[in-house]
Ligand binder design. Structure first.
Ligand code: ADP
Length: 161
């Protein structure tokens, strides 16, 4: 039974992420969106907040659940019995890093397969980074993130002021 993991930082989840998650949900029997606990970055949202936002925006997808993990992705995949990692590809610039990660993960766990999905063209420029920048500078993120994420961004920025 094809069981796929969609890993990422999701700080916060954007419409580009959601596009990939929806494509994965149509392609695989079961999908876990897994938020990576990455100590190297200084995130805007806590892991719990990112998981909560993802659960809200994935509520309509009955074969998708949301989790978080610390450590190696291949260890998480192995312990959950997932054989597929799904990553989104936007531009050629994503390719080098994604190839490196996919080959590294395959070396660590030969059974794991990384599958790349092309983003919808309208989201090809979109990243969490861009969304955070726009929101922090007071611009509109309409159409870039799901409505519920817009509310979370508003609250977060009000709290910062
Ligand atoms: P990471 O920190 O692991 O790159 P991200 O949260 O930035 O995590 O992205 C998670 C996944 O979603 C990655 O596979 C990334 O390529 C993909 N992704 C991010 N933004 C988009 C987008 N606009 N369209 C398609 N895929 C995207």
């Amino acid at each position: 039974m094809p069981y796929a993991i969609v890993p990422g930082s999701f700080d916060p989840v954007t419409n580009g992420h959601l596009d990939i998650i929806e494509r994965a949900s149509r392609t695989f029997d079961h999908v876990t969106v897994a938020v990576v606990v990455n100590r190297a970055k200084s995130p805007m949202f806590t892991i719990q907040e990112r998981v909560e936002m993802l659960r809200e925006v994935c509520a309509h997808l009955s074969n998708v659940d949301v989790d978080s993990f610390d450590g190696l992705l291949v260890d998480y995949a192995r312990s959950h019995g997932a054989g597929i990692i799904v990553r989104g590809l936007r531009a050629v610039s994503d390719f080098e890093y994604e190839l490196q990660m996919a080959l590294t993960n395959r070396r660590l766990l030969p059974d794991i397969e990384t599958v790349f999905m092309m983003t919808g063209a309208e989201y090809s420029y979109l990243s969490s980074n861009i969304v955070r920048e726009i929101a922090l500078l007071g611009g509109s993120v309409e159409g870039l993130v799901p409505d519920s994420v817009k509310q979370h961004l508003r609250q977060k920025i009000l709290l910062k002021q």
